[in-house]
Design a protein around this ligand. Structure first.
Ligand code: SF4
Length: 120
């Protein structure tokens, strides 16, 4: 039986998790997690791994050069590089408030890139 060992990143405890697959490659069991979040993390990680994206975006017309931003939700891990390319070319006009949408629905992922700080 195929299996994968993971470390849960859903909280700082970092539980070691074992995911076992049946002959069809479907998840047959998840063990080692201390809570339900670990189960959900492990199933997502082996089927469609996602990550939160945090970076900065250029600010135009203000005192700040950049503002920190993050994805409002996790995005597919395989799209991180493409998303970074879009974000690196983007800019937002000052003033910027926390929660402002800097890029809507980045690359059709359904996830917005939002400001996590103020910028004037
Ligand atoms: S399984 Fe639960 S308790 Fe363990 S690291 Fe993941 S979220 Fe934290």
């Amino acid at each position: 039986m195929e299996k994968r060992e993971l470390v849960c990143v859903a909280c700082p405890l970092g539980c070691p998790i074992t995911v076992e697959f049946d002959a069809d490659g479907k998840v047959s069991s998840v063990t080692g997690n201390t809570c339900k979040r670990g189960d959900a993390y492990a199933r997502t990680e082996v089927t469609n791994p996602t990550r939160m994206l945090t970076t900065t975006v250029k600010v135009e017309g203000g005192k700040s050069y950049v503002v920190p931003v993050k994805s409002a939700n996790p995005i597919p891990k395989g799209m991180m590089f493409e998303c970074m390319e879009v974000i690196n070319k983007a800019s937002i006009k000052a003033p910027v408030n926390i929660g402002d949408v800097v890029i809507e629905n980045i690359l059709g992922t359904g996830v917005d890139i939002i400001a996590t700080n103020y910028a004037e």
